[in-house]
Write a protein that binds this ligand. Structure first.
Ligand code: ATP
Ligand code: MG
Length: 215
């Protein structure tokens, strides 16, 4: 993006990691709000790699999740998408994401990792947790149904995490997938292009209805 405009000061890069299966307006509002409050130059969305072992559910192909993220963010000049996690083999760890982005973007960039309250809760169980706070400042955004207070963060370094209230959007990817399977609408929960992409690719098929297995 327009780096030339930022000569003489450090570039402020937001990082929004997620499965994005599918990306929805909760993700986009959170990123937009953090960008505004923290004066970010750019927010890069980073879809996670394909889990080797499908744990409790089948995750859509990385390429579909990547393209949905591109479609949803394309109209915002400050939003971009990175392939670092989907091009790296194996499971995605945030410490690797941040290390790769830091290497790519150089030393004059400050990273702000944007994460929902649910994900922030697990922060210390993440691999490389001690290194995470050296790589980025963490911004925890509120999420309906997941209470989050500064007390929850009392075990973390005090300058490592900022909590931010964003307009509460009770939208989750899980609910969007369930709705598609139940043939209920997801219009206005996700961008229009995502509704159309899901239909075009036959993502989240109705149980019992056959889908070609060579997708
Ligand atoms: P799933 O239901 O499949 O877990 P999700 O809606 O939680 O999907 P993810 O891709 O897991 O979406 O989330 C990526 C990041 O966005 C996480 O940090 C998550 O906490 C945050 N996030 C997701 N939905 C919201 C929302 N409605 N408001 C604020 N943050 C959100
Ligand atoms: Mg989630």
């Amino acid at each position: 993006l327009a780096r030339a405009a930022h000569q003489g000061r450090r570039y402020r890069l937001g990082v929004m990691g997620g499965t994005f299966d599918p990306i929805h307006h909760g993700h986009l509002v959170a990123a937009s709000e953090v960008a505004s409050k923290f004066g970010l130059d750019e927010v890069v969305f980073v879809p996670t790699g394909q889990p080797w072992q499908k744990r409790d559910r089948v995750v859509s192909l990385a390429e579909d999740r990547y393209l949905m993220t591109v479609i949803a963010t394309a109209s915002n000049p400050r939003f971009s998408v990175s392939r670092v996690d989907i091009d790296r083999e194996g499971d995605t760890y945030t410490v690797d994401t941040l290390t790769d982005l830091r290497r790519e973007r150089g030393d004059d960039t400050d990273l702000f990792f944007i994460t929902g309250a649910d994900a922030l809760r697990q922060i210390l169980t993440w691999r490389g947790a001690e290194r995470l706070f050296e790589l980025a400042h963490f911004v925890g955004v509120t999420r309906p149904g997941v209470p989050l207070t500064s007390k929850d963060l009392s075990h973390l370094p005090s300058d490592a995490v900022t909590l931010l209230e964003v307009p509460a959007l009770a939208i989750s990817s899980t609910d969007c997938r369930d709705r598609v399977r139940a043939q209920q609408p997801i219009w206005y929960l996700v961008p229009d292009g995502i509704v159309q992409y899901i239909a075009k690719r036959g993502l989240y098929p109705v149980p019992g209805v056959g889908v070609p297995d060579d997708r």
